[in-house]
Design a protein around this ligand. Structure first.
Ligand SMILES: Cc1cc2nc3c(=O)[nH]c(=O)nc-3n(C[C@H](O)[C@H](O)[C@H](O)COP(=O)(O)OP(=O)(O)OC[C@H]3O[C@@H](n4cnc5c(N)ncnc54)[C@H](O)[C@@H]3O)c2cc1C
Ligand code: FES
Length: 322
């Protein structure tokens, strides 16, 4: 078999083969890694064959698209819900858990592109909802835009542990989210139907409650608000996990809290699905710029905008990320 195998989030998708195939840097295909034989572990459609049939060009490169803002609401000058109109093709592709896009103000150059999770893609109206924390240059400029935005996507690697999500179409799942983790949490709650029972515990102490309420509107989940800094509340969460035997637990928060909940799950021998947000810094999303690079124990550099991992493997990573 080929050397290292890293699961590429785009493999077999309409965006595969990608830019990495042009330079013998494909994460999956040994032929597109410059080897003279086929020896990969990918069981789907042959990437090399697709590359040849596509005249050795990349498939469906994601391009900048100008979209119209249909709603913008700002909370305490620090948070915003931004809704834009797109077309049917994109609104369908934006609905999957883990999807994010790059966005910027049309008056700015690509250096302002900022990765933002798709919070909800309404494929009836083709409206896409995003929730933004206004921090610094990119988000401040983005939110200044009045009528239009430039977007690029879909990108798929906003969540680690997508395989756990694909496997639990019914059963029960717990989502623990803090602050802006609310955006990928809403996406999951709106994506799955009633067969997957969802409990959401949100720590909204650092965000305006009106913002949280607007984000969570129409979410079909059992929602509770706790404080992840409070030992008593953490004990409550621990008891709940013990009691409800969740098929998966998702943590959408900073790496500090991902680590904290991972330790709590270990302490109670929880060994089912563990799903986390991808908190790596990203600039291109295409595996090219290196902003998201992480080094494994063996010294191999992996681009985390492309590489899909299980939540627990992120914690085991070579250069420990959390
Ligand atoms: C896959 C993915 C999905 C994401 N989804 C979302 C989303 O849905 N919504 C969202 O809001 N963000 C999201 N982010 C995070 C967002 O992309 C970053 O916060 C982005 O760096 C903000 O750009 P900026 O120029 O405003 O701030 P940057 O200058 O890039 O700030 C980067 C970091 O520096 C620190 N920082 C810089 N300036 C300040 C300041 N004035 N005050 C406090 N801290 C500061 C913060 O810790 C911040 O995280 C996502 C990121 C990824 C990778
Ligand atoms: S964000 Fe550019 S390589 Fe991952």
């Amino acid at each position: 078999m080929g050397g290292d195998f890293f699961e590429c989030v785009d493999v077999g998708s309409e965006n595969c083969p990608c830019y990495l195939s042009l330079t013998n840097d494909c994460m999956t295909c040994t032929r597109l890694q410059g080897m003279d034989h086929c020896d990969c572990k990918w069981a789907g459609v042959c990437i090399y064959n697709e590359f040849i049939w596509n005249k050795k060009e990349i498939k469906n490169p994601r391009n900048d698209i100008k979209v119209e803002i249909v709603d913008k609401k700002i909370y305490d000058n620090q948070f915003a819900v931004l809704v834009f109109k797109t077309d049917k093709y994109l609104s369908q592709r934006f609905k999957y858990p883990g999807t994010y896009i790059f966005m910027r103000n049309p008056n700015d150059s690509f250096i302002y592109d900022v990765p933002i999770s798709v919070m909800y893609a309404d494929s009836d109206k083709d409206h896409v909802h995003t929730a933004i924390k206004i921090i610094s240059a990119k988000t401040k400029r983005l939110i200044d835009s009045e009528d239009n935005l430039i977007i690029r996507g879909p990108y798929r690697n906003g969540i680690f542990g997508l395989s756990h999500l694909k496997n639990i179409t019914n059963g029960r799942m717990l989502i623990l989210c803090k602050s802006m983790g609310i955006a990928p949490a809403v996406k999951i709650m709106k994506y799955y139907d009633k067969n997957l029972k969802m409990d959401l515990i949100a720590d909204i102490n650092r965000i305006p409650s009106s913002f949280a309420q607007d984000c969570l509107v129409d979410c079909k989940a059992d929602i509770n608000y706790l404080n992840f800094k409070n030992e008593y509340d953490l004990d409550t969460i621990k008891s709940l996990i013990n009691e409800k035997k969740y098929d998966a637990v998702a943590v959408f928060a900073t790496d500090k809290y991902i680590s904290l909940f991972h330790n709590i799950l270990k302490s109670i021998n929880y060994d089912k699905g563990f799903i986390t947000v991808n908190n790596f810094s990203m600039c291109c999303g295409e595996g090219v710029c290196g902003a998201c690079a992480s080094t494994t124990k063996d010294g191999k550099v992996v681009k985390m905008c492309k590489c899909q991992m299980k939540g627990e493997d992120v914690l085991k990573g070579g250069v420990i990320h959390v």
